[in-house]
Design a protein around this ligand. Structure first.
Ligand SMILES: Cc1cc2nc3c(=O)[nH]c(=O)nc-3n(C[C@H](O)[C@H](O)[C@H](O)COP(=O)(O)OP(=O)(O)OC[C@H]3O[C@@H](n4cnc5c(N)ncnc54)[C@H](O)[C@@H]3O)c2cc1C
Length: 534
C-alpha cells in the first residue's frame, strides 16, 4: 500500500504538467501504463494554439473555436481556455521547451496557421512539438523529490466511498485513490490519495484504425463512469482523413498538407489494385481534396463502404521528386521504408480515429461529479470542443486545466484518508485462455469501425449495441473469475467506452459537427449536449 497527497493517472501533457505544478507543495504519484513518453501528447505534431501574435485577439480565437464546435461549445469554457492560453505557452517556455523561433526576430516564437484558425497562432517545435514538450517535462519530473513516477502501472479501478458502501457525514461520493496493477510484478497495489486526477487521454483504440498510441483505450472515461461521474458528447469522435494503410505501419499520419500541396484522392484501379484509378473527391464537394477534414473523411468512408475497399489512395507522385523530398521528408522516408516511393507510387490511406471530444463532465476547476476526483486533458469534457475540436486546442486545454486543478487542490482543506481494503484475489484463478481477450478486442474494434464510424445510421448503431451487450456478458464473467491483466483491463474499459459512444450517438437525432447520421442529416435549431448519468 502507498499513500500520497495526489495520485495522477497518466503521463501525457495533462498529467505531467499537473505533477510539476503541484510538486512544490504536495507529495505526488504519477502513474503510467507503459513508459513516460508513451502518450498521445508525445505524438502531437502541429503545436499549441494561443493568442500570441500582435494582429490576433482572444475574441478571434474564441470565435474560431465556436465555429469549429458547431454551436455546442460552452462559451465560459472557451473564454477560460483562450484567456489563459498565452500564460500556458509562457509556462512551457519557462520550463525550457525549445519552440521554433521567428527567423526575423529571434526573441519571438514562430507561429504557424492551421485549418480553422483565422490567424497565425500555433506555437510549435518544428513538426514534433509534442515530443519536444514531453521530453523537457520528463527531465524535470525525474529530478523532483516530491514526485514518484510509477511506469508500467495500470489503474484497475478507482476506490470510492460509494463502492466501499461507506457513508460520509455529508453523503458525498468521494474518491480515495485506486487499485493499480504493477505490470512487471503482476501484483495489485492499493494507492491512497487525498486527491486523484484522471489524465488518461482519449479512446481512439475503440476503432480499428486510429492515429492514437496503444494506451488510448478510454480507461479514464470507463473508470470515471463506474465511479459515478457523468459522461458527455462521446458521439463526437474526430477522424483524421489520411492515415497510412499498411500492415507494418501503426498509426502513421499523412499530414493534410499533402492535399494542400496538390495530392489527389483516388480509388484503387479495379484491374490492378496496386495502382491508383479514378479520382473521387470532385463528386463529393466542389472544393474536392481541399474540402474540410470531416467532409473528406466522410467521402473516403462512403467510397470504401460502398465498394467494400480496405483503403483508397492519396497520390502526389505527379509533383517533382525534389519538391516532395523538400516538403515531406518524413513521409517520404517512412513510406520508402515500407516499399512505397511517394515520388512514383500512390500512398494507400484510411481515415482513422484521432481525437475524443467527449468525456467526463467537469467544471472549470477540473472537478468531476465525484468529490476529490478531477479529470483533465482528452479524458474530460469541459465544454471547450463542442461538436468538433479546433486543431491544436487540445494541448492548450491540458495546460490550462492543470493550472486550474492545482489552484483548486491548493485551496482545499486537508482531509484524512480512511483505511482501505486491499485488492481481493482470493476467489480468482489464472486465466486458462487468453484468446477470448484478443478475439473480443479485434471484434469490438472492427464492428465499431463498420457500424459506429464516420457515417452512422440507427440500424448500424443498434447492431453495434447488440454486439456490445453480448461481449459485456462474456467480459464481465471473465473479469469476475480470473486474475486481472493489462489486456483484460483495457478490453473492459474499451467496451465500456464503446457502449457510451453508441448510447450518445443513438441519443442524438440530428447531424452536427463530427456526428453524421444518414437517418437525421439535418442540424436541429437548438444545440444540446448529450449527457449520460451512471
Ligand atoms: C498523432 C497525433 C497528433 C496530434 N497533434 C496535435 C497537435 O498538434 N496539437 C494538439 O493540440 N493536439 C494534438 N493531438 C491531440 C493531443 O495530442 C492529445 O489530445 C493530448 O496529447 C492529450 O493529452 P492527455 O495528457 O490528455 O493524454 P495522453 O497524452 O494521451 O496521455 C494519457 C496517459 O494516460 C496513461 N493511462 C491511460 N490509462 C491509464 C491507466 N488505466 N493506468 C495508468 N495510466 C493510464 C497513458 O499511459 C498515458 O500516459 C494529436 C494527437 C495525435 C494522436
Amino acid at each position: 500500500m502507498k499513500k500520497y497527497d495526489v495520485l495522477i493517472i497518466g503521463s501525457g501533457l495533462a498529467g505531467m504538467s499537473l505533477a510539476l505544478r503541484l510538486a512544490d507543495t504536495q507529495k505526488v504519484a504519477l502513474l503510467t501504463k507503459h513508459e513516460l513518453l508513451d502518450a498521445a501528447s508525445a505524438w502531437a505534431q502541429g503545436g499549441i494554439a494561443a493568442v500570441l501574435g500582435d494582429d490576433d485577439s482572444p475574441e478571434n480565437h474564441i470565435r474560431d473555436t465556436h465555429i469549429a464546435g458547431a454551436g455546442l461549445c460552452k462559451d465560459e469554457a472557451v473564454r477560460f481556455v483562450v484567456e489563459n492560453g498565452r500564460r500556458a505557452v509562457e509556462w512551457l517556455v519557462e520550463q525550457g521547451v525549445p519552440f521554433t523561433r521567428d527567423e526575423s526576430n529571434h526573441s519571438e516564437l514562430h507561429l504557424t496557421r492551421e485549418g480553422g484558425h483565422s490567424h497565425r497562432r500555433i506555437a510549435h517545435a518544428d513538426d514534433m512539438t509534442g515530443r519536444a514538450v514531453q521530453k523537457t517535462l520528463v527531465s524535470q519530473l525525474k529530478e523532483h523529490p516530491n514526485i514518484e513516477v510509477l511506469e508500467h502501472h495500470i489503474v484497475v479501478d478507482l476506490i470510492t466511498s460509494k463502492k466501499l458502501k461507506r457513508s460520509e457525514a455529508d453523503q458525498a461520493n468521494r474518491c480515495y485513490g485506486a487499485y493499480v496493477l504493477n505490470n512487471k510484478s503482476g501484483k495489485v497495489l492499493t494507492i491512497h490519495a487525498r486527491f486523484t486526477a484522471l489524465a488518461t487521454g482519449g479512446a481512439g483504440k475503440v476503432y480499428l484504425y486510429t492515429t492514437n498510441p496503444d494506451v488510448a483505450t478510454g480507461d479514464g472515461v470507463a473508470m470515471g463512469w463506474r465511479a459515478g461521474c457523468r459522461v458527455a458528447n462521446m458521439e463526437f469522435m474526430q477522424f483524421h482523413p489520411t492515415c497510412l494503410y499498411h500492415p507494418a505501419a501503426k498509426s502513421f499520419l499523412i499530414t493534410e498538407a499533402v492535399r494542400g500541396e496538390g495530392g489527389l484522392l483516388k480509388l484503387p484501379d479495379p484491374r490492378d489494385k496496386s495502382k491508383a484509378g479514378e479520382r473521387f473527391m470532385p463528386a463529393h464537394d466542389e472544393r474536392a481534396e481541399l474540402a474540410p477534414r470531416d467532409i473528406v473523411a466522410r467521402a473516403i468512408d462512403y467510397e470504401m463502404k460502398k465498394r467494400g475497399l480496405d483503403f483508397v489512395y492519396l497520390d502526389i507522385s505527379h509533383k517533382p521528386a525534389d519538391f516532395l523530398l523538400a516538403h515531406f521528408p518524413n513521409i517520404h522516408e517512412k513510406c520508402l521504408s515500407l516499399g512505397i516511393d511517394i515520388t512514383r507510387d500512390p500512398i494507400p490511406i484510411v481515415p482513422a480515429a484521432h481525437y475524443t471530444c467527449g468525456g467526463l463532465v467537469t467544471d472549470l476547476h477540473g472537478r468531476t461529479d465525484v468529490a476529490n476526483l478531477y479529470a483533465l486533458g482528452e479524458v474530460s469534457c469541459t465544454g471547450l470542443h463542442g461538436a468538433n475540436r479546433l486543431a491544436s486546442n487540445s494541448l492548450l486545454e491540458c495546460l490550462v486545466f492543470s493550472e486550474a486543478v492545482v489552484r483548486d487542490i491548493s485551496a482545499a482543506p486537508a482531509a484524512d484518508i480512511p483505511a482501505l481494503p486491499a485488492w481481493d484475489e482470493s476467489r480468482v484463478t489464472h486465466a486458462d485462455e487468453e484468446v477470448i481477450i484478443s478475439h473480443n478486442w479485434d471484434e469490438l474494434r472492427r464492428f465499431m469501425w463498420d457500424y459506429v464510424g464516420i457515417v452512422r445510421t440507427d440500424k448500424r448503431l443498434e447492431r453495434a449495441q447488440h454486439r456490445i451487450n453480448l461481449l459485456k456478458d462474456e467480459i464481465h464473467e471473465y473479469y469476475a473469475n480470473f486474475r486481472v491483466s493489462n489486456d483484460l483491463i483495457e478490453l473492459r474499459n474499451l467496451l465500456q467506452t464503446a457502449e457510451l459512444i453508441v448510447r450518445c450517438a443513438m441519443a442524438r437525432k440530428e447531424s452536427r459537427g463530427l456526428h453524421y447520421s444518414a437517418d437525421y442529416p439535418q442540424t436541429l435549431p437548438e444545440a444540446r449536449d448529450t449527457v449520460m448519468t451512471p
